[in-house]
Design a protein. Structure first.
Length: 111
């Protein structure tokens, strides 16, 4: 419908390219963050333990033994990976944007 007469494909300006790349990265980051928020909620299930006399429960006459709960602090590996990936993408985006703005401000050489 809007085909150029010259047969050349119109190019996007540098600002439009930067906006498009930024929008794509923002959508990808939003998707990753939504996935990271949904994973812990999806895996948080309560599994009921069968009572005494079941096939694999405690014996009916057994006394309950003291239970020792050991909790460990720290951050899961997938969260560390996610943070490192986001930092790498942010650094790469900043480097590309700074390089393009620097290239745009250079004056053409006279040689």
């Amino acid at each position: 419908m809007f085909t150029p007469i010259t047969g050349r494909v119109p190019r996007l300006s540098t600002g439009a390219q930067v906006r498009r790349i930024t929008a794509i990265l923002a959508i990808a980051a939003g998707g990753v963050l939504a996935w990271a928020a949904a994973v812990p909620a999806a895996s948080a299930a309560v599994i009921p333990v069968p009572g005494a006399g079941a096939g694999y429960g405690p014996a009916p006459a057994a006394q309950p033994s003291p239970v020792r709960v050991i909790t460990a602090g720290g951050m899961p590996g997938w969260q560390i990976t996610l943070i490192a990936l986001a930092a790498a993408l942010a650094a790469a985006t900043a480097a590309v944007l700074l390089d393009r703005t620097r290239q745009g401000r250079r004056f053409p050489s006279t040689r």
